[in-house]
Write a protein that binds this ligand. Structure first.
Ligand code: VGL
Ligand code: ZN
Length: 233
């Protein structure tokens, strides 16, 4: 069996981290040393993603009229801009990760020099996009990031996911990676949730999708540490 592992570090951006993030995940910044350890391993492809919204993005509470516009609370229905028959319920957020603002920057202590590619997502004002692969619509999908092609082109077989947030962008990125046919693992200590109480449901979804949750010293990580890309000397 071929083994070509990729590391996907999801949304480790200022707005998702204390102390200043507008959507700070509790202890979000504390995972960075472990992410840097993972980045030091010889994954043949290391990707960092960025939530990268226009100011008028549909997920921002402030872009909706009251009373159903409370950040973290209100849920709205988004209709597929390409198909009025397809819709999706989604939670509203504070303004976050507006492109080209300090909040959208990857945190400076992350070893970005070790990252091969940065994938931006959430740029289409009309749709929410937690997954780093695509928005959630299927009939048809509205926007794709190019991540799937990047992984397939490199011959990747195994995707290791880490970053923020465990219950949103990490979750949907891992589920989509599995759907794309990659053996998918989430590194448990290398992620934090917006709402830790929701993780039971996330773990059920992972079990159903065949996504594995592993510890940082799992045998599969050990295999990456000893990895040499075919053709590499
Ligand atoms: C995320 C909420 C809104 C995430 C992105 O990166 O998990 N969460 N946008
Ligand atoms: Zn977002």
């Amino acid at each position: 069996m071929p083994f070509v592992p990729a590391l996907v570090i999801v949304d480790v951006q200022e707005d998702f981290c204390p102390p200043n993030g507008s959507l700070a995940v509790t202890d979000g910044r504390s995972i960075v040393p472990l992410l840097n350890t993972l980045l030091s391993y010889p994954f043949p492809l290391k990707i960092a993603t960025k939530d990268f919204h226009p100011r008028n993005h549909i997920s921002f509470a402030s872009n909706h009229p009251p009373p159903n516009n409370k950040a973290f609370e209100s849920v709205i229905t988004i209709t597929n801009p390409l198909n009025p028959g397809e819709s999706q319920e989604t939670r509203l957020w504070p303004v976050h990760c507006v492109k080209d603002t300090p909040g959208s920057e990857l945190v400076p202590e992350l070893h970005v020099d070790k990252v091969h590619e940065i994938v931006e997502k959430g740029m289409d004002q009309r749709v929410e996009m937690y997954s780093a692969f695509a928005d959630p619509f299927k009939q048809p999908c509205v926007s794709r990031s190019g991540l799937a092609k990047m992984l397939h082109d490199k011959g990747v077989t195994d995707v290791f996911v880490a970053g923020l947030a465990a219950d949103y962008c990490v979750r949907y990125t891992a589920l989509d990676a599995a759907k794309e046919g990659f053996k998918t693992r989430v590194v448990e200590e290398a992620t934090k949730a917006v709402d830790p109480a929701s993780m039971d449901e996330v773990l059920r979804e992972y079990a159903e999708a065949g996504v594995e949750v592993i510890g940082k010293d799992d045998a599969s990580i050990e295999r990456v540490r000893h990895y040499a890309y075919p053709g590499q000397v």
